[in-house]
Write a protein that binds this ligand. Sequence first.
Ligand code: NAD
Length: 479
Amino acid sequence: MIEKRQFYIDGSWVDPVTASDFPVIDPSTEEEVGVISLGSQADTDAAVAAARSAFDDWSRTDPSDRIALVERLLEIYNNRAEDMAEAISLEMGAPIDFSRAEQVAAGSGHIKAGLRAARDFQFVRLLGPHAPGAKILMEPVGTVAMITPWNWPMNQVALKVVPALLAGCTMVLKPSEIAPFSSVLFTEILDEAGVPAGVYNMVNGDGPGVGSQLSCHPDIDMVSFTGSTRAGIAISKAAADTIKRVSLELGGKGANLVFADAGEEAVRRGVADMMENTGQSCNAPSRMLVERSFYDEAVEIARDAAEATEVGPAHKAGGHIGPLVSQAQWDKVQGLIQKGLDEGARLVAGGLGRPEGLNRGFFARPTVFADVTNDMTIAREEIFGPVLSMIPFESEAEAIRIANDTPYGLTNYAQTSDEARQRRLAHRLRAGMVVLNGKSRGSGAPFGGVKQSGNGREGGVWGIEEFLEVKSVGGYPEG
Ligand code: NAD
C-alpha cells in the first residue's frame, strides 16, 4: 500500500491540516493500491501564500538561472524514468511499455522543448525601428494555479510547470486525485533539482475542494487548466470575480477525413490512433469520415484492425491497450455504446461488456460503429474510450462541413495523397491543430484548441508566452 498523504508547501513535505483519506485504485485489478489525502481550504491557503511570497524574488531572477533549474529537473526526471513509468502505469492503467515509450517520454519531450524555447526567448523587445525607446517587457503573470487531469499526467504537468518556471511565475499544482502518484514523484524530482522554497507547491485534492478553492482564490493571478469542458466552464465562472487569466485545454471530438486515394494503411493508422491510451486522449480521432467510394472497404479494414487490438493489464509487457481509468469512466463508455446501439448505428466490432477472458478491471472492448450520422450522441459527445464512429461523405465540401459541425475544435486529421487538397484542408478545418497523413507537428509546436476545446496554447515558445504579461514602455533609455 503506497501512502502519499503529504503536500509540498514552501519547500517542505507537510501533513494535511485536516486528515481526509482518498483511495487510489489500480484500474487493471480494481484493488486499492494506495492512499492520498484531499486538501482543505487551510492547505490551499498555505500553498497560495507560499507561492505569493516567493514571487517577488523568483520573478526577478535571471532567465539563465531558471533555465539551469529546468536543466537539473530534466536530468533527474530522466534518471527516474522507470519509477515514473511504473507510477503512471499503476495509477491510470497505461500498459508499462506504452507508459515508458509515450507517457514518460511526453514529459521529457516537453521539458526539452521548453528549454529550447527559453534559450532564445526575448523577455525585452523593441517595438520596432520606427519607435526608438519604445520597449516591450514580457513579465511573469504572477502566482498560477494549475489543475490537471489523469489521462496523460506527465504530459500535462510538464506542459504547465516547466514554462511557468521559465517565465518566472510561482505556482500551486493540483493534480488529478485519480492519478496522483506521478505528480508526487515529479514534486520529489523538483525538490531534488533545488527549486527554491515557495516557487513550486503541490496540494492534492478534488475539483469541488482544492480545485474550486484555487479557481476563486484572491491571491491567484491565473488558472491553467486541462480537463473536461464541464470543469473548464465551472473554473471560468469561479475565476471571473477576480478577473484571473484562465487558460483552458479542454475536450475534443476529432474528425479524421479519409479520402479514397489514402489507402488501407490510413484506415489502420486511424483505428490505432483511436485505440491508443484506450481512447482516453483529448486529441483522439474519434470520428472517421470516409469517402463513399472507399467506405465499405474502410469499414472492413477498421473491423479487422479493432478485432486485432489486444487488451490486457497495465503491468504486462507488450503493445496491448490497458483498462479505462475508473469505474465511472467504464460506466460512461458503456452508456455511450448503448446510446450508439439505441440510436441505430451499425456495430461492426466490439460492443458492450468486457473483452473475453477479462472479468475484473475496467476493461472495455475496442469498438467500431459504422453508418453513424453526425447528429448521433456518439458523434457529438467525447466518449473517452476505445470507440470509433465511422461516417460516409460524398464530397470534400461535405467532409469539411461534417468535420466542423461540432462544439469542439482541438485536432483534426486528414488522409489524402492530393497535395492541393492537403493545403485546402489545413486552412478550412476549424481546429487548433491539423495533422496530415500522420505526420508530426514537430517538437515545441503549440497544442490547444478553438471553440469549446478551449483557448490556451501550450508547448514551446507559445507555452512560455501563456505565463507572461505584455508591458509596453515609452522613453526607455538607450544602452
Ligand atoms: P475533469 O475535468 O473531471 O478533471 C480534471 C481536473 O480538474 C482534475 O484535477 C479535477 O480534480 C479538476 N476539477 C474537476 N472539477 C473541477 C471544478 N469544478 N473546479 C476545479 N477543478 C475541477 O477531467 P478528467 O476526467 O480528469 O480528464 C478528462 C478530460 O480532460 C477530457 O474531457 C479530456 O478531453 C480533457 N483533456 C484535454 C486535454 C487538452 O489539452 N485539450 C488534454 C487531456 C485531457
